[in-house]
Design a protein around this ligand. Structure first.
Ligand code: 4AD
Ligand code: MG
Length: 465
């Protein structure tokens, strides 16, 4: 008989039929006569209970069924008398697919620390917590495509290997051409390879935005969704060297439209999580601070605040005057630290804030310049517990202003001639933003370290496999 996923078995009520499940043993307990196995196959947070009549199989045969072992069970579906699941399986046949030596299998019983689990990233999806997180991660990816597809956006693939530095921050991983089978060795024996991509300087992309803009200026509304890379040597709970970003870009949108899109988009994703991942979210809610679901609902119920940077700085300065202590100084022109962002969101407004019109010095060259000559049409969406979850802007569509600003900020205009072409030929207002996928997941799952919402985190000193 074919395998049925445990998530589906638990919904069945055709009691008396025989079904097959395959999965990994979470626990085994019981007496000399009867044993109960909690079996999980990753399809759901819930385990199915397998009831085993010891005499039928023999103790010796059942011995290797320990935590972590993989088994295949044919069993009769029986209405469960205990609380919780409505169905359990009474085993007729058990095949042991793979054993897990109790002396060396790292996931024994409960209560491993997140730090420990990070060191066994290859096994941690077998825990309840990481199973829940990665199922939610999948569902959020589906939600993202659904949201944009339904609004007529095209999913546009921008390159990962690129010659341009979108954010102009110089935080790029360089690409090298190295033929492992034909290594040139220097006299001292050290490997010598060309520090380039077939004779041209190239790096891993920090953002698909510039190419996304080209697409918007031909196809109207597009979005990217792919991995991006930042060679920043920072060790925080919110930064990765490799993270996934969603970047919509829309022709004819002004900054106000961009803000509305960002708000609708995040709310759609949060609602999706509550609609389709509620069991996993409920588990995470109970496991941590018990406020996760309330936080998610509160985001849906409230409109995001729209606040110019200058006003934001005033609020922060007033907080300082009233005795609030920040680690970093706050003044007009300062880049906000995460503590500042979180003060605005968590203490002052108590809901998400879209901060706009930042000083041009602390933002990228491509942002549309305001009339005041000092600020640009930037927008950062700030979230409780997270800080910045989205960074975006209206783009400068004027060729002269854009080239001047690029030159001022040290971006060689000859290298971005293709980008400037969109302003040379049929320019138009357009806007977009980037949502950090893992930052969204931090919010939706309630996890507190970004290393715990991506299967294989890439951070300084963390590239085991
Ligand atoms: O604010 P950022 O740097 O903006 C851009 O890259 C723009 N080109 C986006 C655009 O307008 N199309 O990054 C956007 C978002 C941040 O708000 C944050 O959520 C996330 O990407 N992010 C990171 N996430 C994890 N680790 C990092 N090192 C991140 N850097 C940025
Ligand atoms: Mg940013």
């Amino acid at each position: 008989i074919c395998r049925t996923r445990i998530v589906d078995v638990l919904k069945m009520d055709s009691f008396g039929t025989i079904v097959n499940v395959k999965g990994w043993v979470r626990t085994r307990r019981g007496s000399k006569q009867v044993n109960f196995i909690a079996l999980n196959d990753g399809s759901t947070i819930n385990n199915i209970q397998i009831v085993i009549d010891i005499e039928k199989f023999g103790e010796e045969y059942l011995k290797p069924i320990t935590t972590g072992a993989c088994i295949s069970v044919n069993g009769e579906l029986v209405e469960s008398l205990g609380q919780g699941q409505k169905a359990e399986l009474h085993a007729c046949e058990i095949e042991i697919l793979g054993t897990a030596d109790p002396n060396t299998y790292p996931l024994q019983k409960k209560g491993h620390s997140m730090e420990f689990l990070r060191e066994i990233a290859h096994l941690r999806p077998r825990t309840n917590t990481f199973g829940a997180v990665f199922r939610i991660r999948h569902n959020m990816a589906i939600a993202i495509h659904k949201f944009f597809h339904e609004r007529g956006f095209f999913y546009f693939h921008t390159p990962i290997i690129t010659a341009s530095d979108c954010e102009g921050a110089g935080q790029m991983f360089q690409v090298t051409t190295m033929n492992l089978y034909d290594l040139k060795k220097d006299e001292d024996g050290s490997i010598n390879y060309d520090n380039d991509f077939f004779g041209k300087q190239a790096s891993l992309t920090v953002s698909g935005q510039l190419e996304g803009e080209l697409a918007a200026m031909s196809m109207g509304s597009i979005y990217t969704f792919g991995p991006t890379f930042r060679a920043e040597n920072s060790n925080t709970p919110r930064h990765l060297a490799e993270f996934w970003m969603i970047e919509p870009e829309v022709a004819f949108n002004e900054i106000e439209d961009n803000m509305q899109l960002a708000e609708d988009f995040i709310k759609f994703c949060v609602k999706w999580a509550l609609d389709y991942c509620i069991e996993d979210i409920q588990f995470l809610n109970n496991m941590f601070d018990n406020e996760l679901i309330a936080r998610l609902q509160s985001v849906l119920e409230n409109e995001f605040v729209r606040l110019p940077y200058t006003e934001g700085v005033k609020i922060l300065e007033e907080a300082v005057a009233k005795g609030h202590k920040f680690e970093f100084p706050i003044f007009w022109g300062a880049d906000l630290a995460s503590e500042h962002e979180r003060y605005l969101v968590e203490e002052h407004f108590k809901r998400p804030v879209i901060l706009t019109d930042y000083p041009k010095e602390i933002k990228s060259f491509y942002m549309k310049q305001n009339e005041d000559g000092k600020t640009v049409r930037a927008m950062d969406v700030l979230f409780p517990k997270i800080g910045e979850i989205i960074g975006g802007s209206q783009r400068e569509e004027d060729f002269d202003k854009l080239s001047r600003r690029a030159a001022e900020m040290g971006v060689p205009t000859k290298d971005i001639w293709w980008y400037l072409d969109t302003r040379r030929f049929g320019t138009a207002p357009h806007s977009g933003f980037g949502l950090g996928f893992e930052r969204l997941l931090l919010f939706v799952t309630g996890m507190t370290n970004i290393r715990d919402v991506i299967p294989f985190p890439r951070t300084p000193r963390n590239c085991e496999f």
